[in-house]
Design a protein around this ligand. Structure first.
Ligand code: DGJ
Length: 724
């Protein structure tokens, strides 16, 4: 049969999305157009993982779960069976999904199948300890569009004694048996976040984690695994943990050629007490499968984020072009100064004007004021209203920076409530950036913070909060809680953080929120349920940004990537042309963070033109499909293409870093176009070489476009319009 016809036939046989169960063979199959996932119960009642990969069309294909024979007294069968959610008990020594201690010291936990329920796209499987009524309900929700599974677990103590949970994981994932896998993950630090790493998986364990109290700059809770994939080809398994606190993903390869991943709450300093009748819900761990390389994996995840995770779903409005005054004025904020910047920003076409740090309390530097969230009367003698009205009269919305979890010891709040910060009594309270952290695990602190933000959002016409967090945890003590429960701070802090965000959005539906933590310290799918954007990095230098953004794009959609154009020389002393800086930032949610008072008339003209251009293409960038064509890690040209949701527009961004020997830039082959459709190519800067105005998708994808990128830090943008 002709290959295309065979594929069409196959895809028409694949049920759109189903969760099937075979009672006879005790097997579940979760199927979608992109992937399939299967589990089964063995003769002993253990839930075994059976399949994770491309779509299947028959549940009969999946063999029933079988017990394995013992190899030796050192290799019991439990060590090479793939238990879907292993408790720590019996001879099991890989990373468990659940580990507990009972009140009498008994720590053995063996989980067997009890029952299950299927409701539409969700499956719940209940496991119970073989002796005690300690229950783990495994939740699976399958997304029809992307095939991505959302997994989590509810642990319930139905016994009459308390238990202490030492490890509660959201999911264990198994790759098809075998070796030769590679792990991709994102690492970094402040001002150098989301750097992409790719390395072989070998025997032993690799730990990706945060112990910092937030998801962190150092490692991001995302992974992908492949054997031989590239951007466009090959099988890729990927996942992301939706948690903004201490998280952990372990990647193990066993001596039996099995790769397994386990992720959930970090076990570091973890203890959670479940009294009789209480339960604990783990974060969601998303997992998906792509048949066509890293590019498809990113596009599937991005589309899930836009449609199913972020506020507003697929109908969310496009992100506005914002101006943020931080890099221009830092703490030197005044009504007059901000008005001057606002007037200039409005002329450029900016839609949202944001005052950053320095507007409140005695905040003249980073030594004082955090905690005292009232406008500084010297800086705003007519109140914030006067500035907000002015900003609104210029046709822009108004946004405000806050850092509500933090307090300077030099603040009225700290003087009134020194007990509100996390601390171990009688021991030092380590200051970082001269600030301490309020113990948000306390409900009174949570309510205070909600109140502060609610009052601001009610009193002023605020359309946007930039919620910042500028330090990591230390001395995470909670002296008011019973000793056995004090470590719950790690978890309850994050729940209360989410609770504030949720309540704020509920009460102020027009409000949007950016998650910032000194740049990208709190970028994860947990907080994405409540925020509209992430502040990607404090490093706004355009060339560095290309790599930061490349890493970010592996795991997060462009619409959530806040990106500013700032002045040069920047943090790393590099200077790049203004057009280059614009084009880099236009690949996400565009912002301007420059000191507009220093801009020349030429800068203003160029910026006005670029912002207008951005408004034309932002639909494709923010809600379209990204194709990473050339990576800054591998080439002297970086190229990214965004194809709009319905395929009518495509936007190509290309950047030359440093040319040598006057070698021409390579032809750039596009992706994601319709081969038989004609596209009109539009370039406003003359860098598209001649005779390329109307070309077919087939030609553009096979031969590519030729660009006149000759200088260091040269850049261009080409817009492609589908011809009817
Ligand atoms: C860190 C943020 O990442 C910056 O953008 C800025 O808001 C500063 N904090 C303000 O203190």
């Amino acid at each position: 049969m002709h290959r295309v016809a065979a594929l069409l036939l196959f895809s028409s046989l694949v049920p759109a999305q189903t969760i099937q169960y075979s009672e006879a063979r005790k097997v579940w199959l979760i199927n979608s157009a992109h992937s399939a996932y299967a589990m089964g119960i063995d003769a002993q009642g253990q839930l075994q993982h059976l399949y994770w990969g491309g779509p299947l069309w028959s549940i009969d294909d999946v063999p029933a779960a079988a017990e394995r024979p013992e190899i030796s007294s050192f290799d019991p069968h439990q060590m090479y069976e793939n238990e879907e959610f292993p408790g720590w008990g019996g001879p099991r020594f890989y990373e468990p999904a659940l580990k507990i201690t009972r009140a009498d010291g008994d720590r053995d936990l063996v989980l067997h199948y009890v029952s299950h329920e299927i409701h539409g796209d969700t499956l719940d499987i209940t496991l119970n300890d073989i002796r005690d009524d300690i229950e783990a309900v495994l939740h699976y929700r399958s997304d029809a569009q992307t095939g991505i599974l959302a997994r989590s677990a509810t642990i319930r103590n139905n016994t009459r004694q308390p238990i202490t949970i030492e490890s509660a994981q959201s999911a264990t994932w198994y790759l098809p048996a075998g070796e030769g896998y590679r792990l991709s993950y994102l690492s970094g630090r402040w001002a150098a976040e989301t750097q992409l790493n790719r390395e072989p998986i070998q025997e032993g364990m690799k730990v990706l984690e945060s112990r910092l109290g937030e998801s962190g700059h150092n490692l991001n809770p995302w992974f992908s695994i492949d054997r031989d994939a590239d951007e466009d080809h090959g099988a890729v398994w990927f996942g992301a943990l939706a948690w903004s606190g201490n998280w952990r993903i372990t990647v193990e390869q066993t001596p039996y050629r099995q790769v397994r991943l386990t992720g959930g709450f970090n076990t570091f300093d973890f203890a959670y007490v479940l009294k009789p009748g209480e339960s604990l819900e783990t974060p969601v761990f998303y997992g998906g499968f792509a048949q066509n390389g890293f590019g498809e994996a990113s596009r599937l995840l991005a589309s899930l984020e836009r449609a199913r995770i972020a506020p507003g779903g697929a109908a969310a409005p496009l992100r506005p072009v914002l101006y943020n005054s931080w890099e221009a004025t830092e703490f030197n904020v005044s009504e007059e100064g901000q008005k001057e910047l606002a007037a200039k920003a409005a002329k450029l076409g900016v839609e949202l004007f944001v005052i950053d740090d320095g507007w409140f309390g005695k905040r003249n530097n980073d030594h004082a004021g955090l905690g005292d969230w009232t406008p500084n009367p010297q800086k705003f003698p007519h109140g914030l209203e006067s500035l907000i009205d002015y900003v609104n009269s210029l046709g822009m919305d108004f946004g405000l920076w806050v850092e509500p979890e933090m307090v300077n010891p030099n603040s009225d709040l700290y003087r009134a409530h020194p007990d509100w910060v996390m601390n171990f009594p009688g021991r030092p309270r380590s200051e970082l950036r001269n600030q301490l952290i309020l113990n948000l695990a306390r409900d009174d602190v949570r309510d205070h913070i909600f109140d502060v933000l609610d009052k601001l959002a009610s009193a002023y016409k605020i359309k946007y909060f930039k919620w910042d967090m500028n330090r990591i945890f230390s001395e995470p003590g909670w002296p008011e809680a019973p000793v056995a429960e004090q470590k719950e701070l790690w978890v309850k802090y994050v729940w209360n953080y989410y609770d504030i965000l949720r309540r704020l959005r509920e009460k102020h539906p027009g409000l949007s929120i950016e998650s910032c933590s000194g740049g990208g310290g709190r970028v994860d799918l947990g907080v994405l349920r409540y925020v509209d954007e992430f502040w990607t990095s404090d490093n706004t230098e355009a060339f560095d940004r290309l790599r930061i953004q490349e890493g970010f794009s592996q795991a997060y959609a462009a619409r959530f990537m806040s990106a500013w154009v700032t002045d040069v020389p920047n943090t790393n002393h590099r200077s790049t042309p203004l057009e280059y800086r614009f084009l880099v930032a236009m690949q996400g949610a565009l912002g301007i963070g420059a000191n507009l008072n220093k801009w020349t008339p030429e800068d203003v003209n160029l910026a006005t033109k670029m912002i207008a251009l951005y408004k034309q293409i932002r639909g494709a960038v923010q809600n379209g499909n990204l194709y990473r064509l050339l990576s800054p890690r591998e080439h002297d040209v970086t190229a990214n293409e965004y194809v709009s949701e319905h395929g009518d527009t495509a936007v190509l961004f290309a950047f030359r870093h440093s040319q040598q020997y006057s070698t021409p830039a390579p032809s750039i082959r596009l992706r994601g176009l319709e081969p038989h459709t004609l596209y009109r190519l539009e370039s406003t800067d003359g860098k598209l070489l001649p005779n390329q105005t109307g070309l077919s998708g087939a030609y553009l994808m096979q031969n590519g476009v030729n660009l006149n990128l000759t200088d260091d830090y040269d850049s261009t943008l080409v817009v492609l319009h589908r011809q009817q």
